[in-house]
Write a protein that binds this ligand. Structure first.
Ligand code: ZN
Length: 460
């Protein structure tokens, strides 16, 4: 055991890719990394936090637009006789995007990230396209609002991958609209300036990293997409929305004669650094090629359901060994266990069969979402927990009725399919409790700031 271990946790069990370690002793060093991991108690006298709980890996939220949390639940009243879809929702979202100042954005994101931690996420990829001031002018610090997202993550104690987004056009081949003015980088050069400023912004927090992104095929000129992706620094995760909406597919075919995923697979070096968000509308060929490419699909089931996007062909995709992670996108829901249930249940409802996945579906979904989710943050790891790596965990209460009565064999499935937020004991990041007994350590201040920001916004 490493001499610099400062604290031990004891859990009833801890989940690894191959199953549970029980009991589980976890030693933490001064930097929050795992220095000891075994079912055998360490010898010697150490401070021991004996937890009546089950530790599973902290989850990765691979797709977030934090500002949209401000409008969660506000677009759910529908006027009889009118049509309401993604595109009408988007108008409401644009109004929300235009109304938020830097201090408000930081307060809203801090609240959101604290709530993510409460639900078991320990990392978030912030797909960030709100770049400029309300008039559409760049801030003195080009990455002012990106830096606010990093500050929010630091306030809450979640790890963040800031993904500055290249957004240039209003739609395929069309100039941007005035209400998109806060998003726009006019040229590749402008995007790279923003990217460089964003790289500076992440230096303000030790648990921040950087990603690279094109918003979507409808948001950047095709020639510029190819050039920008071709100039992407090596080793970064690349994020892009693809084929979320049927209208987007039709518009793309009308514009270039190809479906969006077909164009992406034909024109970009798609591989395991690619994190293609939604990928809802795929034909047979696209599904097969996407699975073989090694790219990860980022699924956001609660948002996709809320927006009426459509249903990703998960069963067929996984049948071809396709890889995927989860995100909460608009934050209409931020519970990872609910995202898993929706992923499975929307397949069951359309296939009229229960076996979306082979074997232990819960363990499979956790394993896949964590492995691919970490890659969306630019992190690669072999197992959920490893010595020398940070200890980030979501801990469920061993005394919750169903868990107290369940064997380890059925534990993961009981958690994933039946637990609610009250089953949570807490969330640990870098070996420290950030949430305990369903309360975030900074709850009061975070909530006060959030309420103040929302009052100023006056949209609820
Ligand atoms: Zn999105």
């Amino acid at each position: 055991m490493a001499i610099h271990t400062t604290l031990f946790f004891k859990f009833k069990a801890l989940l690894q890719r191959d199953g549970w370690i029980s009991p589980a002793y976890v030693g933490i060093d001064a930097s929050g990394k795992i220095s000891y991991l075994s079912n055998i108690a360490p010898s010697g006298a150490f401070a021991m936090d004996a937890v009546e709980g089950y530790a599973i890996p902290g989850f990765q939220n691979a797709h977030s637009h934090a500002f949209q949390y401000a409008m969660a639940g506000l677009a759910e009243s529908h006027v009889a006789g009118t049509h309401d879809d993604f595109w009408t929702w988007r108008e409401a979202m644009y109004r929300c995007a235009l109304s938020i100042g830097p201090d408000q954005l930081e307060a809203i994101a801090t609240m959101l990230y604290s709530e993510m931690l409460r639900h078991g996420y320990t990392q978030v990829a912030e797909f960030h396209y709100l770049h400029h001031d309300q008039e559409g002018n760049p801030y003195n610090n080009l990455a002012e609002l990106g830096e606010r997202m990093v500050a929010a993550a630091k306030n809450a104690g979640i790890k963040i991958t800031l993904v500055p987004v290249f957004y240039q056009k209003g739609n395929f081949g069309q100039a941007p609209q005035p209400r998109q003015r806060r998003f726009i980088s006019a040229s590749i050069n402008d995007y790279f300036k923003l990217f460089e400023s964003s790289k500076e912004a992440i230096k303000t927090y030790g648990d921040a990293s950087i990603g690279f992104s094109i918003h979507s095929l409808r948001a950047v000129d095709f020639t510029d997409i190819v050039k920008t992706v071709g100039s992407m620094p090596s080793g970064l995760p690349f994020h892009m929305h693809v084929a979320e909406q049927k209208k987007e597919v039709a518009d793309c075919v009308g514009y270039c004669g190809k479906r969006p995923m077909q164009w992406v697979l034909d024109n970009l070096p798609v591989g395991d650094r690619f994190h293609l968000v939604h990928s809802t509308h795929l034909d047979d060929q696209e599904l097969l090629r996407l699975a073989k490419s090694g790219a990860r699909v980022v699924l956001c089931p609660s948002t996709e359901g809320n927006l009426g996007d459509g249903i990703f062909r998960m069963k067929e995709f996984v049948g071809q060994k396709g890889r995927w992670s989860i995100g909460t996108d608009s934050h209409i829901g931020i519970n990872p266990l609910e995202e898993f249930r929706m992923i499975d249940y929307r397949q069951r409802l359309t296939t009229h069969a229960r076996n979306t996945f082979d074997g232990d579906a819960a363990r499979y979904m956790v394993n896949e979402a964590v492995a691919s989710g970490r890659m969306a943050m630019g992190v690669q790891a072999n197992d959920h927990f490893e010595t020398g790596r940070p200890f980030d965990a979501y801990v469920l209460d061993a005394k919750a009725p169903l868990l107290a009565a369940t064997s380890l064999e059925n534990m993961a499935a009981t958690m994933v399919y039946s637990a609610d937020a009250n089953y949570a004991l807490g969330t640990i990041v870098n070996g420290k409790w950030k949430v305990k007994n369903n309360r975030h350590v900074g709850e009061k201040e975070t909530r006060d700031n959030f309420i103040r920001a929302m009052r100023k916004l006056a949209n609820r």
